[in-house]
Design a protein around this ligand. Structure first.
Ligand SMILES: [Zn+2]
Length: 241
């Protein structure tokens, strides 16, 4: 418990230092928005395929995947802050079986309650995640959130700039992903997606007030149902969910 508390304090200290460094490095003018980098996200998920050379040798080909932007922890060099393929994402593949949906996207409150979900087909597109958020918080009586943590917020925040609905909502990357998976050299990410930018997220001792990894933890829990859900037809799956 004590160790965990210490880690959280250290993380907030580290993120504050990074924010200061980014402000010194890139700009001190908070109203200056770096050029939007469409298609130049700093998130990555690699598509690994294995190719045989016909002589018994096997080589691995790695392409930046178009799909989930959630990250497998072991596929990324910690010094790299991920991005999508610049040479395009289309890869032709034969499909001999059924096509499954890509993932189930959930919105989770910091206390762990899942309060909205959507099925993603083909990819976890950031634009669709924004649609999900907007719809979930547009039902009668709903109030817009003050903060949204998302591991792909460097992309999402840039896209959300075009929609006034998102103005005034803090959109930063969750502490763990920001610390371990996002490039310190990525200007937009460091300037606008660092949780340390928002003092209200910390208590008076500099500890994070909220568990920003709650969505990851919920994902791990949900993942255990995947073998049950995997073969369900759409209606049954919706009923089950
Ligand atoms: Zn980033």
């Amino acid at each position: 418990m004590e160790k965990r508390r210490e880690e959280r304090t250290n993380a907030s200290f580290l993120l504050k230092t990074r924010l200061q460094r980014a402000r010194n490095l890139f700009s001190t003018d908070l109203h200056h928005l770096p050029t939007l980098m469409a298609g130049h996200s700093d998130m990555v998920e690699d598509d690994e395929t294995y190719v045989t050379d016909g002589m018994g040798g096997v080589s691995m080909e790695v392409r930046r995947g178009k799909g989930s932007i959630g990250l497998a922890d072991n596929t990324l060099d910690p010094s790299d802050c991920p991005s999508k393929s610049e040479s395009g994402n289309v890869k032709y593949k034969a499909q001999f079986g059924r096509l499954h949906t890509h993932n189930e996207q959930t919105l989770v409150r910091p206390c762990g309650v899942v309060f909205a979900r959507a099925t993603m087909y083909g990819a976890e597109a950031v634009s669709n995640v924004l649609v999900l958020i907007k719809q979930a918080f547009s039902v009668p009586g709903a109030r817009k959130p003050e903060h949204i943590f998302y591991n792909s917020n460097c992309d999402a925040h840039q896209q959300a700039q075009k929609d006034p609905w998102f103005s005034g909502i803090g959109m930063c990357v969750d502490v763990w992903h920001f610390k371990n998976k996002h490039k310190v050299s990525h200007e937009y990410c460091q300037m606008y997606c660092n949780p340390a930018q928002y003092p209200e997220l910390m208590d008076e001792f500099g500890n994070w007030f909220f568990n920003t990894s709650v969505a990851e933890q919920t994902n791990a829990w949900l993942g255990r149902y995947s073998s049950i859900c995997h073969e369900m037809t759409p209606v049954r799956f919706d009923f089950f969910s």
